[in-house]
Design a binder for this molecule. Structure first.
Ligand code: SAM
Length: 274
């Protein structure tokens, strides 16, 4: 903590207040390692309206809701997803939505699940109304660029947009390309761990509590301290996940698809084929 005290305020005081926050909802997700930062950001921004595009099993969304719940005056939260999946996340069953709906009961005073396409949900939000938008839908350049530009008018003057998967260059992922374009236009901060998470202030007003973070004059060592802190905290959440599901590091959890593939590959041997 000593090195965090060296960070410019309010970064260091906010980090101290944040304490040992851990997410209650821990299941498989590429977002797990960012959940401590989600809680920090919720406290720093205190958004009146938070919207998430792409929720799936709700690791990110439940972290935001959990952090919102402890605010004196919680803001409104909206999760938008078809809850059907896509080519990157895979197509999934109705059980996923049922589970998220169950988790959401606790937060129903301020949280709404909108089962819709992102485009279909657009008319439900007034222009300039969203203070925090998290974009984590389909990850091609075209899709994420469409999501950003179609939702941009909905963002408030002090609005912040989060992009997940900014570090993924596999397959046809293209968030990194959009991120590279946007960072030359808006104040931003970036985490490399957990597949990459970008924080972008798109409105004319930079929220004061995150202003030092987005300040281009922030000392490189302070930026690294801040990153390191959340990388460590994220690593602890990953460890909790591995303990919960009894996963040995280095030995990936076998998915249904990988079990099916190894079964199919073993068939010729079982039937004595050469
Ligand atoms: C990467 S997952 C979200 C992961 C989630 N944020 C987490 O914490 O693990 C992407 C989700 O976006 C949804 N999705 C993709 N494109 C969509 C679209 N155009 N409209 C609605 N949902 C979409 C998929 O159904 C999928 O559940």
């Amino acid at each position: 903590m000593a090195s965090l005290n060296a960070l410019p305020d309010p970064l260091s005081s906010l980090l101290r207040e944040d304490g040992e926050w851990v997410p209650e909802h821990i299941v498989e997700s590429a977002w797990l390692e960012h959940t401590p930062f989600a809680a920090w950001l919720m406290a720093a921004l205190e958004p009146g309206i938070f919207v998430e595009l792409g929720t799936h099993r709700a690791v990110s969304y439940m972290a935001f809701c959990q952090a919102n719940f402890r605010r004196a005056k919680p803001g409104r939260c909206f999760a938008i997803d078809t809850w059907k999946g896509d080519e990157h996340a895979g197509l999934y069953s109705e059980d996923i939505f049922a589970a998220v709906d169950g988790l959401n009961q606790r937060y129903q005073a301020f949280s709404t699940l909108m089962r819709s396409t992102f485009d279909g949900a657009l008319p439900s939000f007034a222009d300039g109304s969203i203070d925090l938008l998290h974009i984590d839908g389909f990850h091609t350049y075209e899709a994420v660029s469409h999501d950003f530009h179609s939702w941009r008018p909905k963002i408030s003057d002090k609005g912040v947009v989060l992009f997940h998967d900014t570090e993924v260059r596999d397959k046809d992922f293209g968030v990194w390309r959009l991120w590279a374009e946007l960072t030359s236009k808006y104040p931003c901060f970036h985490f490399r761990h957990g597949h990459g998470l970008g924080v972008l202030a798109v409105g004319p007003v930079i929220p004061p509590k995150i202003a030092p973070l987005l300040n281009p004059d922030l000392a490189a060592q302070d930026a690294e301290r801040f990153r390191h802190h959340f990388m460590q905290r994220g690593g602890e959440v990953s460890r909790l996940y591995r303990e919960k599901f009894n996963i040995t590091p280095g030995k990936p959890k076998k998915t249904f698809r990988s079990r099916l593939l190894s079964h199919i590959r073993s068939l010729p041997q079982r039937f004595g084929a050469k």
